[in-house]
Write a protein that binds this ligand. Structure first.
Ligand code: BGC
Length: 279
């Protein structure tokens, strides 16, 4: 591995998101967890959504509270309309409003085409795509109700969709996942177009291979890591904090003119590294 091994040190400006209220779905582990903590480091109050593992969600809340901002763990399955509506209502009641939605919750149910059950297909579409739709819809209602508060942010609200390099890169054996992320791309762009005139910024972050439980098999042995690195020009596996920093920046007014864009955060995975020596 090259000298870039390991994530760079924390460099999140402490008051960048001061006074903002953020909801991160699927925030009890992986990228969601790091993002919730990153937003808190930047001064935001954070709702940590989870669907299973209350203990892990509470640990994230405790870590955030130790940073001197507010946090709470809300249980909700993002694919269930009533649960998303209830979660947003509760956030508005308890935190006053929402300024930043990070629609992060996602999962994989891998299988080759003829082995894939309808349940596996549906579950991934329900959580990864419908879940983002429901959260975006409910957050937008509150953004609209509240409007722009200039002391807090230049925009009326920010939605950040957690996508994947697989919104672009086809992925054999994962048709449900790739289709869900392809859907996220077009959903994000359509919502960005629809909501920009109201001052609501919608964007996506597309991680590559990040060291989290979702892809443990791809990095947990030296052999697997070596194979994975063939796909990553920057020659290191990503860390959740690599994504968290980008989400924080994208959610802030530093990126106020960024609308409808996907930021690929993938160490160059989308550069088709096989073509470096072939083609
Ligand atoms: C998937 C991971 C995978 C990565 C790169 C992500 O979206 O969830 O399992 O390692 O893309 O292929």
């Amino acid at each position: 591995m090259n000298s870039t091994e390991g994530a760079p040190p924390e460099v999140i400006p402490a008051r960048l998101l001061h006074g903002q209220k953020a909801l991160v779905t699927g925030a009890n582990s992986g990228i969601g967890r790091a993002t919730a903590i990153g937003l808190a480091r930047a001064g935001a109050d954070v709702v940590v959504n989870y669907v299973a593992d209350r203990t892990a969600a509470q640990e994230v809340v405790d870590e955030i509270a130790s940073l001197g901002v507010r946090a709470a763990a809300y249980e909700a399955d993002v694919s269930q309309e009533d649960q998303v509506v209830a979660m947003m209502d509760r956030m508005v009641q308890e935190f006053g409003t929402i300024d930043i939605l990070v629609a992060n919750a996602g999962l994989q149910r891998d299988a080759g085409l003829t082995e894939m059950t309808l349940d596996q297909w549906q579950k991934v579409l329900d959580v990864n795509l419908t879940g983002q739709f429901l959260c975006a819809r409910e957050a937008t209602k509150e953004f609209r109700r509240r409007g722009v508060v200039p002391e807090v942010s230049r925009s009326a609200g920010k939605i950040i969709c957690m996508s994947s390099v697989h919104q672009l890169i086809p992925w054999a054996g994962h048709v449900n996942y790739a289709a869900s992320k392809g859907g996220v791309l077009m959903m994000m762009q359509t919502l960005a177009q629809e909501l920009a005139p109201e001052g609501i910024r919608v964007n996506a972050v597309a991680p590559g291979a990040i060291r989290t439980p979702i892809n443990r098999a791809a990095w947990e042995t030296p052999e697997a890591t070596e194979e994975l690195l063939q796909l990553i020009p920057y020659d290191r596996v990503g860390e959740p904090e690599d994504i968290a920093r980008v989400v924080v920046a994208l959610a802030s007014d530093l990126m106020d003119y960024v609308v409808g864009t996907t930021l690929y955060v993938d160490g160059g995975m989308t550069l088709f590294p096989g073509f470096a020596t072939g083609g």
